[in-house]
Ligand binder design. Structure first.
Ligand code: CAA
Length: 257
């Protein structure tokens, strides 16, 4: 199967998914999300024993949802976009083998959220992560309000989401937002070794461990995610959403209400 905006390579039981829109810093438009959804099913059908998620080019892991696409969405359209983003994040979280985010650059908004859905996050020294949605007049919409506090704790998650802070690799490690930081030019090899190591472990035990760990933090997450989809899409059409995204597209500072 071939897609225009992502690549899926499966070698020695390791599936590597690369978001490949470097000109848009790998921002996730609808086509790319649908391709990711399909590729995740393919990797599962191929019995991949580890999954690596990364971004093409020198600058970005994934710079988020596609702001140009989002700027004029209505609430029902935004709802559909949120459903799609959630579907991909959920497919990563429930992928029947460990998923590693190789965060090789910017991971903002929906990009950070896909990294949060992975089991492990390894960052290059150049990585910068953040839930930056507030400055676009919206909130995280692909799982960030639920997965970020579970990973870094409630207060820090509030600070990161309220301020839209862009966190460099050193701080991301200190915050627990990523598990490890490695030199940029060693990231691919380092993550490939990690994935190969995981792929060599007993697959049913690993799957059971992942399921159990996911179950441990489930609680009311589904209700939380459904709530998040509603509030996220409800912000579309507000002055600040339109202005925040228009200002980004026009490369100027936004003026919020
Ligand atoms: N959507 C669409 N296009 C994007 C994008 C995005 N999220 N991020 C970057 N791009 C595009 C830029 O528009 C630009 O395109 P052109 O060359 O056609 O003008 C290209 O990628 C390169 O970007 P910059 O010129 O801005 O590159 P830079 O190096 O100066 O800055 C950056 C890089 C700091 C990542 C900056 O692009 C940026 O801040 N991007 C937005 C990040 C962001 O806020 N992401 C969250 C999106 S909202 C979201 O994800 C909602 C959700 O919860 C699901």
């Amino acid at each position: 199967m071939a897609w225009d905006t992502i690549r899926l390579d499966i070698e020695d039981d390791v599936a590597t998914l690369t978001v490949d829109r470097p000109d848009a810093l790998n921002a996730l438009n609808v086509e790319t999300l649908e391709a990711l959804d399909e590729a995740l099913s393919t990797a599962e059908d191929e019995d991949a024993r580890a999954l690596v998620l990364t971004g093409a080019g020198e600058k970005a892991f994934v710079a988020g949802a596609d702001i140009g696409y989002m700027q004029d969405l209505t609430t029902p359209e935004a709802q559909a976009y949120a459903e799609l983003g959630h579907r991909v994040a959920d497919a990563i979280e429930t992928f029947p083998a460990p998923a590693i985010a190789a965060v090789n650059g910017y991971a903002f908004g929906g990009g950070c959220e896909l990294a949060l859905a992975c089991d492990l996050r390894v960052a290059s020294e150049r990585a910068v992560l953040g839930q930056t949605e507030i400055d676009l007049g919206i909130v995280p919409g692909w799982g960030g309000t639920q997965r970020l506090p579970r990973l870094v704790g409630d207060e820090l998650a509030r600070r990161l989401i309220f301020f839209g802070e862009r966190v460099d690799a050193t701080d991301a490690l200190e915050y627990g937002l990523v598990g490890e930081v490695v030199a940029h030019d060693q990231l691919d090899d380092y993550v490939a070794d990690l994935a190969a190591d995981l792929a060599s472990k007993p697959k049913f035990a690993l799957r059971a461990a992942k399921d159990a760990l996911n179950a441990a933090r489930e609680g009311s997450q589904s209700a939380g995610l459904a709530y998040e989809r509603r509030v996220w899409s409800g912000l579309f059409g507000t002055h600040d959403q339109r202005e925040g995204m228009k200002a980004f597209v026009e490369k100027r500072d936004p003026t919020f209400e």
